[in-house]
Design a protein around this ligand. Structure first.
Ligand SMILES: NC(=O)c1ccc[n+]([C@@H]2O[C@H](COP(=O)([O-])OP(=O)(O)OC[C@H]3O[C@@H](n4cnc5c(N)ncnc54)[C@H](OP(=O)(O)O)[C@@H]3O)[C@@H](O)[C@H]2O)c1
Length: 237
């Protein structure tokens, strides 16, 4: 962690730890989560949280298609439009193709102010276009996504491991699969760390949001690592 990043992290965490917006969220009560996107990642990770006892409101462009999934998950799962989902989530799992982020932000950034957003989205030129990929490289992907959602409590996580592996290895025996997270907001990161555990994995705090670049696609921090100690070594934390 550079000195500047460390300072930024400490300043942000101190400010937010003092005035946590969601005191109830840090306890063990079920959380209210909304997903924006309910495909491989939004549907998959959201389902793990429903099974852990949380309430999850899934949203997508075609929410009627989500009915079989939420019916199978039971009463703690609901589905609807993104406009319906956001008021039903204190925590938002953002799981859309990166190219959708500008339009999601245009429509919903205001409604997302003050909410914890877990940013799972990766950018590839083929799917999302050169311009967005360049932005993520220039700013670092965590800060790039955050720039679309001013005032949201951004946490980067669940971006670095394939959706199928997450389903197969949740709650595995032995050392749990480690998941790196990064945020400038320590209180929000603590809540997301709990959600990583509840989904059946081991959270590894990489540091401030800028450090999301160290577990973005193509880096050593991306992908499967055998356990938290091994991932910490790669991330230097
Ligand atoms: N798949 C993986 O293994 C994996 C792993 C880590 C990270 N990621 C990242 O996670 C993100 C999601 O990937 P995925 O594999 O879950 O994609 P996916 O299966 O294609 O699902 C994308 C979801 O986003 C919804 N969506 C698209 N545009 C939207 C908008 N403007 N507003 C609301 N919802 C919208 C889609 O709705 P409809 O279905 O109704 O069109 C769909 O539910 C991507 O950024 C990806 O890079 C993926």
């Amino acid at each position: 962690m550079t000195l500047i990043n460390r300072r930024r992290f400490l300043v942000a965490s101190g400010a937010l730890a003092a005035g946590a917006h969601f005191p109830a969220l840090a306890q063990s009560a079920p959380l209210k989560i909304a997903t924006i996107g309910a495909g491989n990642i939004g549907g998959g990770v959201g389902s793990l949280w429903v099974k852990a006892g949380h309430e999850v409101f899934f949203s997508s462009l075609n929410p009627a298609e989500l009915k079989p999934m939420v019916d199978a998950l039971g009463p703690k799962a609901r589905a609807g439009t993104t406009a319906q989902a956001i008021p039903n989530g204190d925590i938002i799992l953002l799981a859309v193709p990166y190219r959708a982020i500008p339009s999601v932000a245009k429509e919903f950034a205001e409604a997302l102010k003050g909410k914890i957003i877990i940013d799972t989205c990766n950018a590839t030129a083929a799917r999302d276009g050169e311009e967005l990929v360049a932005l993520t490289k220039q700013k670092g992907i965590g800060l790039a996504t955050a720039s679309f959602f001013p005032g949201a409590r951004m946490v980067r996580g669940f971006n670095s491991i394939g959706a199928r592996i997450l389903q197969e290895q949740a709650h595995r025996a032995g050392d749990r699969l480690p998941i790196p997270i990064a945020s400038d907001d320590v209180a929000a990161a603590d809540i997301v760390a709990r959600l990583v555990r509840d989904a059946g994995f081991e959270p590894v705090m990489a540091g401030p949001l800028a450090r999301a670049a160290d577990f973005s696609m193509g880096t050593a921090g991306y992908g499967v690592h055998p356990n938290a100690a091994a991932l910490k070594k790669v991330l230097g934390v």
